[in-house]
Design a protein around this ligand. Sequence first.
Ligand code: ADP
Length: 161
Amino acid sequence: MRIAVCPGSFDPVTLGHLDIFERAAKMFDEVIVAVFHNPGKRPAFSMEERVHLLKEATAHIPNIQVDCFSGLLNEYVRSRNTNIIVRGLRALTDFEYEFQRALLIKHVDPNIETVFMMTSSEYSFVSSSATKELVKFGGSIKGLVPENVEEQIFRRLNDRA
Ligand code: ADP
């Protein structure tokens, strides 16, 4: 059984993320989307909210599970009985960060493989932060986030403003 872990902040999930999940789900028997706490980022949505939005957005993909964790990614990956991490790549700016992370995790556990999937061209400019910025200033996020979570994102962020 080939299992892949897709870790990320997903604050919130975008169509760019979903595209990677859908493609990964065709390549692996099971895909585990794992929401994690990134100490470098202050999240707009709680862990529970992010998990909830992801569960709704991925409900149509049968071999996907949504989970969350805080702690070391390599330990989490091992706890899910796999050694494969899938990450998406957009621009050159992603590369530096992803390259360092992949090498660091390999240093910690040489058996873990990080696999990169190139973004689809229509989502190359889509990011969680751009989505939040648009919502904050009243812009449309149609076509950037999954339809079923669009309204919730809008309400949630504007409640807090
Ligand atoms: P992190 O805080 O770990 O960077 P993100 O939620 O920002 O978490 O991203 C999770 C993963 O999804 C990363 O590998 C990121 O590069 C990838 N990703 C984000 N947006 C897109 C997109 N539009 N297309 C492809 N991959 C993406």
